[in-house]
Design a protein around this ligand. Structure first.
Ligand code: SF4
Length: 418
């Protein structure tokens, strides 16, 4: 049995694999980690990162902060204040930089609130008519942190940005008042950081809600700690809780995050997937397109093909959101579209099921369908106003290199017969 061992910023020096890094490289990791949360674990260090390929190894880039993830002036200011400032001054600089990084994109806190009368419910977001997002307080961390994560403020105690709930009763009452909701998506952090007993305390009451037909779980555990479903002490208990969902006749959808084919290679990943399938889970996969990590068509084709061989369904290629280190990770919209089409073109039919490139923004999820003479054709995969879901529209860029929906302006809306 593998024992989980995690490393956060204050244990950075204890990571044996980092002993080959220069002092300057270590200092860079520390500086950037004072802005973005950092966490890794023994599985990522031992099984996923190729230490002969540092710093370019994709999983190293995925898990360890890099200097360029901060704007140069911010990095230099932080370096200077850490060397010569007081504790209070350092704190202030960190806070100011974080606030510049758009900690809550897409109106997450304001627009997606769920209310019982006047009362705003903690840890619940209701963006789309038929699906509710639930953030259990025990899942506000992950087995390791991704450097691109758009939920990075959730992991920082000093920021008052946590979305979390310990209570199931308000959720149940909300569902009773909103019978049009058929899905509950457990998210976080990573819900699969919870133990089986805690998960069960949320799942058991939900199974009695007839209007809920699907329980989805968004997780990166298959990549960062697959033992969760194989040899962990609690693995059997966890699989038993998940089995209850399918035994109750509900669909159990795993939204598995894989960012690079390397994450699919260790044999334990296949074992974990097989065990989840035995309890009736359907595993769909998603990832953003990330410079330095997976920005080649070949990487995506390989990843999707391998996922199909493992009995997973490729589902989304996202674009990195307008928060955190988007400037570092994002491709232009045009390159993203070209890369996606090339990747799909080289896939077999069953591996070409992923929608993309998709941006998850204020009004919903929008997919790029084409780029022609600098005109973008887009479609809402899902819109908070459901009458707009699947509407096609065109838009033109407002900057020479658009990276996000905000860099486009709509020119023709609602082309319905595309
Ligand atoms: S596992 Fe998911 S929630 Fe956790 S850091 Fe990575 S992207 Fe963010």
């Amino acid at each position: 049995m593998q024992k989980f061992k995690s490393y956060t910023l204050n244990k950075l020096e204890k990571i044996p694999q980092l002993s080959g890094l220069s002092e300057e490289q270590m200092e860079e990791i520390k500086i950037v980690s004072s802005i973005y949360p950092f966490k890794t674990n023994n599985y990522v260090l031992e099984k996923l990162i190729d230490w002969n390929n540092i710093p370019d190894d994709p999983i190293f880039r995925l898990n360890f902060p890099h200097k360029e993830m901060l704007q140069t002036e911010d990095f230099e200011q932080l370096k200077e204040v850490r060397a010569n400032g007081t504790e209070q001054e350092i704190k202030q600089v960190i806070y100011d930089i974080r606030m510049k990084l758009n900690p809550h994109p897409a109106g997450q806190t304001d627009l997606n609130g769920a209310y019982l009368g006047e009362e705003k419910l903690e840890g619940i977001q209701h963006k789309y008519n038929d699906i509710l997002l639930f953030f259990p307080s025990q899942s506000q961390t992950c087995h390791a942190y991704c450097t691109f994560c758009f939920r990075w403020p959730q992991f920082i105690n000093d920021l008052d940005f946590k979305i979390q709930s310990k209570e199931i009763d308000p959720l149940l009452e909300y569902l009773e008042r909103n019978p049009q909701i058929s899905e509950v998506l457990f998210t976080g952090g990573d819900p699969m950081i919870m133990n089986s007993r805690v998960l069960d305390s949320y799942i058991e009451p939900l199974l009695k809600v007839d209007s809920i037909t699907t329980i989805r779980i968004g997780t990166k555990a298959l990549s960062y700690w697959p033992y969760k479903f194989t040899t962990d002490d609690d693995a059997e208990g966890m699989l038993n809780v998940l089995q209850k969902i399918t035994d109750a006749g509900k669909h159990l959808g795993f939204m598995a995050h894989f960012n690079h084919p390397v994450e699919l290679e260790p044999p334990v990943v296949k074992e974990a997937i097989d065990n989840l399938r035995k309890v009736g889970a359907t595993i769909r996969t998603q990832s953003p397109l990330l410079r330095f990590i997976n920005n080649s068509a070949e990487t995506w084709t390989t990843m999707w093909e391998r996922q199909v061989q493992l009995n997973c369904i490729p589902y989304y290629m996202f674009l990195p959101r307008d928060t955190g280190a988007q400037h570092y990770f994002a491709e232009t919209l045009e390159s993203a579209y070209e890369l996606y089409t090339e990747a799909i073109r080289n896939c077999t039919g069953l591996a070409s099921t992923a929608k993309g490139p998709v941006m998850s923004m204020t009004h919903g999820k929008v997919e790029i369908l084409g780029v022609n003479d600098n005109v973008y054709t887009l479609r809402y995969v899902k819109h908070r106003d459901n009458s707009k879901t699947f509407k096609v529209f065109t838009a033109e860029p407002t900057t020479p290199k658009p990276m996000w929906i905000d860099d486009l302006v709509e020119v023709k809306s609602e082309i319905t017969n595309y």
